[in-house]
Ligand binder design. Sequence first.
Ligand SMILES: Nc1ncnc2c1ncn2[C@@H]1O[C@H](COP(=O)(O)OP(=O)(O)OP(=O)(O)O)[C@@H](O)[C@H]1O
Length: 459
Amino acid sequence: MTHTTEQSGQPDARGAATAGTPQTAPAISVSGAYKVFGRRPKEVVKRLRNGISREQLRSQGTAAVIDASFDVQPGEIFVVMGLSGSGKSTLIRMLNGLNDTTDGSITVFGTEVVGLATSELRDLRRDRMSMVFQHFALLPHRNVLDNVAYGLELQGVGLEERRKKAQHWLERVGLAGWEDRLPGQLSGGMQQRVGIARAFAAETDILLMDEAFSALDPLIRREMQEQLVELQQELQKTIVFITHDLNEAMFLGDRIAVMRDGRIVQVGTPNDILTDPANDYVAQFVQDVDRARVLTAGDVMEPPRAVVPGSAGPRTALRTMRDLQTSACFVTTGARTLLGVVRDKDVLRQVREGGTDLTDVLRPTPSVVRADQVISELFELAVESPLPVAVIDEQDRLIGVVPRVTLLAALTDLPPVTTEIPVIEPLPTVTSAMITETLATTQTAASGNAPLVPTEETL
Ligand SMILES: Nc1ncnc2c1ncn2[C@@H]1O[C@H](COP(=O)(O)OP(=O)(O)OP(=O)(O)O)[C@@H](O)[C@H]1O
């Protein structure tokens, strides 16, 4: 478990974006970091360490960030979430030295940031970490193209090359044709696209995004979130994203750090935060979250039960469907690669006609998804077909199924996995007595008696 609690003392906020993946050197490592605004900040840190509360020390200074420890892995979107005043902006600004750190350590690709000279911090911001701000922070008298090229200009890239790169990024964010406009002539959403293009154009490994979408109206905001995820899939930047919006955090974050009153109270995947909140504060936060956009097929899937290998033959398939009281069965190769589905009626007919190759009655699987697809994408599929949605891995192997009832349970606070509840879906279209009789009579037929030829009525 990756989460931390206030009660458990030191946070265990290390770890890769995906559990089980090998650990690489973190892009950013924060250890015991404090930021106190006030006249005697070091003194306040000492007192905080001695157990005196932030509130008690208020007259001596504002403890904006208290004992923060976490790693951000390369290629990860690490979201810092919390209410206004919880310390998010202060923390992100400590990462690139816009705020100095009162105590503790912050390394970026192994280089200690705390204590760096102003000129070194400037180099760090220029070459390693770009920042996207809530209110865009564009240069008002430069046109859009030159705003995007600005970071490259600071890096000393020649005019020709930087304009070419800037043009490329403007196109990527959907602003081709707007090169010569001034920022003031653009809508908020478009200005933020310029900000994002500028950050990507600078080609830094790390992007810091401070409430980057918070000033945008909801539809544009959603669009920007989706575009960021799309770009990130391709570019694999390391992104630290600040937001006070839980749905945004859950949608974007590989992992999320929840801040409260200067402290990080939990670090975990969206699923951890949603299903295993570290305390009441986090639990209250997640109450209203749109679970369908957070939970994935992999989070809620169940072990597939109605499955037979294609080589097993129709009699086995029929028996399996009868025993599980279902009308359909997934068919896989011996290596569990999903081949399709068979239906009870078809297989019954096949057995009666003496057929032996199950793949002759194979139909395409109606709904197939990957484990990382969010469940909001499964509803339409679940409506279109009575079969559970099949979940496959990278090698097209069947790794789970999501029946409708599981999908519905996942939207509530019920535990998302419903294996305890018998899931009878889809319902059989022929009776088990009919199957049993067919198996028995065709068995006899197979052992030498006259074959029983079915009529339409008996099916
Ligand atoms: N320059 C400063 N001088 C004094 N106190 C500050 C300064 N900057 C931030 N603070 C205080 O530090 C605390 C954390 O502020 P911070 O802006 O980091 O929070 P936040 O979570 O980003 O909130 P918001 O979303 O409102 O920006 C607040 O109590 C704030 O008043």
